[in-house]
Write a protein that binds this ligand. Sequence first.
Ligand SMILES: [Zn+2]
Length: 310
Amino acid sequence: MPTLAAYSLPRRFLLASVAAFAVLGHAAHAADKLPVTASFSILGDLARVVGGEHVKVTTLVGADQDAHVFEPKPGDAKTLLASQLLVMNGLGFEPWAGKLVKSAGYRGETVVAAKGVNARFMRTESSHAREHGQEPDPHAWQNPNNVVLYVRNIAAGLSKVDPAHASDYQANANAYVQELQALDTWAASQIFAIPAGKRKVITSHDAFGYFAARYDITFLAPQGISTEIEPSAKQVAKLIQQIQREKIRAVFLENMSNPQLIAQLSKDAGATLGASLYADALSAPDQPGATYLRMMRHNVVQLVAGLKLN
Ligand SMILES: [Zn+2]
């Protein structure tokens, strides 16, 4: 038979737990929103659209920032630990995410937004690629049809963590999918109006592979699919020759990468430098790429203007 002392400890523990639960419950009620962490700005936008009024989304890699070379800070681990859902792209876009999850001790749910996407694979110069010959191109959001999958995956993840609002997440996702389909139809009509032979563009890094495949545009980039690796002088010289040989005039910067390389390249090749394209990040709220839909429309308008120069 247990002694009185043995009873007293669990009872005290129980009371302490009840008190702690009351505090937590109160805090949850005060905040009243599901804490969600998105790895980068585009996913932050999608999570806000699908989550609507029920979520509070924090983005780790913010507007105009480069997720390829991001280094999480202690504050990011705290953000992640306080959230119940992590939304990340996958396809190797966030090489830092696994380490962050581990170091933060995060045990919440994770949505890999690109899950189910028909991935493009390409050769790169990274050590990983040297081992395997090729690696997936992570920039799947550059095709709006892939973002339909992203949105469905996010809605499923939110519904798992917060089943009480599942029907709202589903409805928000359905409404947004219609906007994505309208975007895709419009983009196709704009781009396919340009003769196929003129659809050639230079950008800083190879972020537009999915866009190129969907809308039949050739993108040439001095940097590979990650911004981590600087191109060699030989690669840049080869690209300049190609720009001159094929008379490509459409050269674009990206909002999150170093503009010097592409500016120099454009000058050396005698091409015209167009406006920035939004590749891997949204813009600040007062700029034209503040949401996914706006950034895609901006890119299409700028690209079509550039392609007309070719
Ligand atoms: Zn990229």
